[in-house]
Design a protein around this ligand. Structure first.
Ligand SMILES: Cc1cc2nc3c(=O)[nH]c(=O)nc-3n(C[C@H](O)[C@H](O)[C@H](O)COP(=O)(O)OP(=O)(O)OC[C@H]3O[C@@H](n4cnc5c(N)ncnc54)[C@H](O)[C@@H]3O)c2cc1C
Ligand code: FES
Length: 372
């Protein structure tokens, strides 16, 4: 049974939780406390950062926004940053990264906006199964795409679910009165997939410093000044003639961010980009299998050399900590004792021992010994 009234009064709920944990501290283990406290309120925990779903709504076709209330163990999050969100899916804990689209001033209320990916484990679970009252585990915030300097005109380029950190930044800038020019160009395949349209149009109508352009790549008809082209130099010159004076922030699939980077470097004041899709380095070596010795568990597994170590080890049944799965959050890092690995982002090979090999963006070139 869940106690909704206790959660509705945050001060009472927090002090009850704190008093309870202080009183029984010498008597029970944190895991036992969590088990019983979770029956009263799923977000009560001795030490785990949990957030309870307090509302959910359909944001756009195939995309759901979950409003969350964080417990006292959740760390502060800056607009534009990302968090790792974990939930149990079919009896296994699954973790992926999401960028809060709204963060309250206290930092304890936040929203995540999740696009359902075909066959995706956590996005399907969050969009279809997660209900008001459920608790999600929230990791510490990471990412460098935070608020632009107060006086700098900015250009935000968003594609698909790449809108999420840029929406958080747009809302944060609006909260302080938008002291600089801001243009947002937002790509989606169809009009139905666009998020936050009414809010963005309303902001553009009341705030002369803010402009928004929607670009729909697979919509038959264009309305209301919408555009249809993929990101290119001509479109950018038309929509943002003063690019040279702007700081550019881009977020979306890796190829979109790569294009944004090449159009901005040398043509804009600065560039920050973050990709939401995994690296796809073309491996040119002859491929085969190698042995991975797991020093801590004493096991040896055979994995293909053409795949990142994280999915390769997961395919062998290992349950490993992970988050972004593209080399940003460091959650999957583990020590490597011996062997040659290749970084799938840079292409660099490394034969030296390391304390933090990021398994999601590294492949094995030879037999390895890992501290797992
Ligand atoms: C820093 C960061 C922030 C992110 N913020 C958000 C956010 O705010 N909102 C949001 O909806 N998503 C966001 N993502 C993507 C999110 O982390 C997941 O990758 C996505 O929800 C799919 O997870 P899944 O478990 O459903 O799919 P998985 O089970 O991991 O994958 C299923 C299949 O989908 C493919 N796939 C995985 N991710 C994507 C993707 N993003 N697009 C298309 N195909 C994919 C995989 O290659 C695989 O074939 C972010 C990613 C990163 C790295
Ligand atoms: S899972 Fe984030 S760095 Fe590997």
């Amino acid at each position: 049974m869940r106690s909704k009234s206790a959660f509705g009064d945050p001060v009472t709920a927090r002090s009850a939780n704190t008093t309870l944990s202080r009183l029984i501290a010498p008597l029970v283990k944190p895991s036992v406390f969590d088990f019983w406290a979770g029956h009263l309120n799923p977000a009560w925990s001795w030490e785990r950062p949990l957030a309870r779903v307090v509302a959910r709504h359909l944001e756009a076709q195939g995309t759901v926004t979950l409003d969350l209330k964080a417990n006292r163990h959740c760390a502060a999050i800056q607009p534009g940053q990302h968090i790792n969100v974990s939930a149990e899916v079919n009896g296994r804990r699954v973790t992926r990264s999401y960028s809060p689209t709204r963060i309250s001033r206290s930092g304890k209320r936040l929203s995540i906006t999740v696009k359902q990916v075909d066959g995706g484990k956590l996005s399907q679970h969050l969009c279809r199964q997660t209900q008001v009252g459920d608790a999600l585990e929230i990791g510490p915030a990471f990412g460098d795409m935070t608020l632009p300097p107060a006086s700098a005109p900015s250009l935000f380029l968003a594609a698909g679910s790449g809108i999420t950190p840029l929406m958080s930044l747009t809302r944060a800038l609006d909260q302080v009165g938008l002291t600089q020019d801001l243009t947002l160009v937002y790509w989606a395949r169809t009009r139905a997939e666009l998020c936050f349209v009414a809010e963005l149009r309303a902001l553009a109508a009341r705030q002369p410093r803010f402009k928004v352009h929607f670009v729909l790549t697979q919509e038959a008809q264009r309305l209301n000044g919408e555009h249809a082209e993929r990101l290119n130099a001509d479109l950018l010159a038309t929509l943002v003639p003063d690019l040279a004076q702007r700081r550019v922030y881009a977020c979306g699939p890796a190829d979109f961010v790569d294009t944004a980077r090449s159009l901005s470097l040398g043509h804009a004041l600065s560039f920050v980009g973050e990709a939401f899709t995994p690296p796809t380095l073309a491996v040119t070596d002859a491929l085969g299998t190698v042995r991975i010795n797991l020093a801590l568990s004493g096991r040896t597994l055979e994995v293909p050399t053409g795949q990142a170590l994280l999915p390769a080890l997961e395919a062998q049944g290992l349950s490993l900590p992970s988050g972004c799965r593209m080399g940003i959050c460091n959650t999957c890092a583990c020590p490597k004792q011996t062997g040659v690995t290749q970084n799938l982002l840079s292409g660099d090979k490394d034969d030296t021992p390391t304390s933090a090999l990021r398994l999601c963006v590294s492949r094995a070139c030879t037999d390895l010994t890992l501290d797992l």
